[in-house]
Design a protein around this ligand. Structure first.
Ligand SMILES: NC(=O)c1ccc[n+]([C@@H]2O[C@H](COP(=O)([O-])OP(=O)(O)OC[C@H]3O[C@@H](n4cnc5c(N)ncnc54)[C@H](OP(=O)(O)O)[C@@H]3O)[C@@H](O)[C@H]2O)c1
Length: 416
């Protein structure tokens, strides 16, 4: 029998600067290592700016192997997992995944991005040939339920994105923001959220990315004036507000560059939406700098969303009902190989006996052969269908004893 597990480090237990230490730098090699060393049969890795999670199926859960594999991929000591790592199995996995797909576990409750991130994660797991029948079914059902809960509760309506909160914070902290020079560094998904909000509120801004083509394409679709990357990196003093949202693996906005820029101006606000951060936190100590990172921006989002508690309660209620349905569907997967094998075995015997009888009768007339064939099929199905359906029901109701007894009676050997 397979257990489904979920191991995770998320923003709920770990601030962003700790969380970033647990990320997998290279997803392909993470899949390879888990495949070879963790004892997991199936695996889906979900990594976003707020969480690093693995979902797995296994016949033989060994938590220490999972931690060891993860620790060696992230370059951490196992002790680092003590206060940050959570691992759950079975019902708790279904519940957690439904909280993810409905957006209840997101920093911004109800936000839509997580659904796309989950679909992408499953797509990669399929490409890596690491997700199979269990996880594909689990994620497929959970995404469908999540979408339904979002639509029926309206939890996804009127959410404040991290991007629009960042713009709101700039408005609150800077007098006459319209007269200031705003720069957006990054042209990805998070930068798009910022750009859309700036556009909506009527702010003009510059946008930059490592390649000018990318900045130009971004400007054409979501707005902003494209500007050369090298130029801005050397001249931050030209700007009053920086929104930074990149996946650069080092500090793009360094202490020295901002220190130098601040010799020529009195104030600047920097909002770093990146995780890992792309603005050196020491920058916050420079006189005249107001700085906010993703943790602080997300906290403000959370405060703003408190009024949504009604929708949250409704979504929680639906989830608690749906967990049972999802669990029953997952349990049914346990019994299907047994049922399939029994049907196959019985049909082989039926065909063998049928051929023997036809030989003895010397019967070759196709219409008569068909009548006898149909007769044997009807007899077999009449006898076997009810116990097999009862076996399926027993499995949905977690009746492991009956499943064991049936496997023994029909001489079924688990192939795993
Ligand atoms: N997506 C979200 O909803 C969301 C929400 C909150 C926070 N965040 C955080 O925001 C950051 C960006 O996420 P994303 O989803 O927008 O990622 P993304 O769509 O993959 O975009 C990544 C951006 O980073 C730039 N970049 C990559 N490597 C770089 C480097 N070495 N130097 C400079 N720029 C580099 C890319 O520009 P090029 O064209 O030059 O490659 C691109 O503009 C991440 O740290 C993420 O954790 C994302």
């Amino acid at each position: 029998m397979s257990d489904i597990i979920n191991a995770r480090v998320t923003f709920r237990n770990s601030p962003i600067h700790i969380l970033e230490k647990f990320t997998f730098k290279d997803i392909d090699s993470a899949y390879e290592s888990f495949r070879n060393h963790s004892g997991l049969k199936e695996l889906v890795i979900l990594q976003t700016c707020n969480r690093v999670e693995i979902f797995g199926s296994t016949n033989n859960l060994d938590v220490s192997k999972i931690k060891k594999t993860w620790a060696s991929l992230a370059g951490l000591e196992e002790v680092a997992f003590d206060n940050n790592f959570e691992i759950v199995d079975d019902t708790a996995v279904c519940e957690h995944l439904l909280r993810l797909t409905t957006g209840l576990d997101s920093m911004v409750v109800g936000e839509e991005q997580i659904l796309g991130q989950i679909r992408d994660a499953v797509g990669i797991a399929k490409e890596m040939k690491m997700s199979g029948e269990y996880l594909n079914t689990l994620f497929d059902k959970a995404v469908k339920i999540g979408t339904r809960v979002r639509n029926s509760t309206g939890i996804n309506k009127g959410t404040i994105s991290v991007g629009s909160m960042a713009v709101k914070l700039a408005e609150e902290n800077i007098d006459d923001l319209k007269s200031k020079k705003i720069l957006l560094i990054g042209t990805g998904e998070a930068a798009t959220l910022v750009a859309k909000s700036l556009q909506k509120r009527g702010y003009s801004f510059y946008v930059t990315s490592r390649t000018m083509e990318r900045s130009q394409a971004f400007a054409e679709t979501v707005g902003g004036k494209p500007i050369n990357f090298e130029e801005i990196i050397r001249a931050f003093s030209n700007y009053d507000v920086l929104f930074v949202a990149t996946v650069a693996p080092y500090f793009l906005v360094t202490f020295d560059r901002i220190k130098e820029a601040m010799e020529r101006k009195s104030g600047m606000m920097i909002l770093d939406l990146s995780n890992p951060r792309t603005v050196d936190e020491k920058v916050a100590t420079i006189r005249g700098i107001k700085m906010m990172n993703l943790d602080q921006i997300a906290e403000m989002v959370d405060k703003n969303m408190r009024y949504r508690s009604n929708q949250k309660n409704n979504a929680e209620k639906i989830i608690s009902e749906e967990i049972q349905v999802l669990e029953a569907q997952m349990r049914r997967l346990e019994v299907e190989p047994v049922v399939k094998e029994i049907f196959k075995d019985i049909d082989t015997r039926r065909t063998k006996e049928l051929e023997k009888a036809l030989r003895m009768l010397g019967e070759t007339d196709a219409s008569k052969v068909k009548i006898i064939d149909d007769l044997t099929k009807a007899v077999v199905e009449g006898i076997i269908s009810t116990p097999m359906n009862n076996l399926r029901k027993a499995s949905e109701q977690a009746d492991a004893d009956l499943l064991k007894a049936a496997s023994k009676l029909f001489d079924y050997k688990n192939k795993d």
